[in-house]
Design a protein around this ligand. Structure first.
Ligand SMILES: [Zn+2]
Length: 123
């Protein structure tokens, strides 16, 4: 339930509002439950790592598909370049759900808390 809500970027605290004010930017805190999203800088590393993992998964999946069925070669394109270029927008688009998922994990771990409660350090 929490992971399902986090992927579209919903607040991990109440699941009622979006954490995002732009495509990548987060609100400082939740206006419903007061969970603070903008914490320590270290919190971003996990979101970035998850975003790259989504891009890497895409590359592996496309590479496997190419090895098995050869759809890119059939189009007359170079598989390596096509996969490398196609992975860029996927990684960029994957960053947003990765960020939502990461903050849900931080929330589960007690690292993202409402204002006024003692904050732990992100891992
Ligand atoms: Zn909330």
């Amino acid at each position: 339930m929490l992971a399902l809500g986090a992927v579209p970027g919903r607040c991990p605290g109440c699941l009622r509002v979006s954490m995002f004010r732009g495509f990548y930017e987060l609100h400082e805190t939740c206006r419903i439950c007061g969970v603070r999203y903008e914490g320590s800088d270290g919190a971003w590393l996990g979101a970035i790592a998850l975003g790259y993992a989504i891009g890497a998964l895409f590359v592996v999946a496309l590479g496997m598909a190419e090895l098995v069925w050869g759809p890119i070669r059939a189009l007359g394109l170079d598989p390596l370049w096509t996969i490398a270029i196609a992975s860029l927008p996927v990684t960029a688009l994957g960053y947003r759900p990765a960020k939502g998922l990461w903050f849900a994990l931080l929330y589960l771990g007690g690292f993202v808390v409402p204002d006024g409660i003692a904050e732990g350090d992100p891992p």
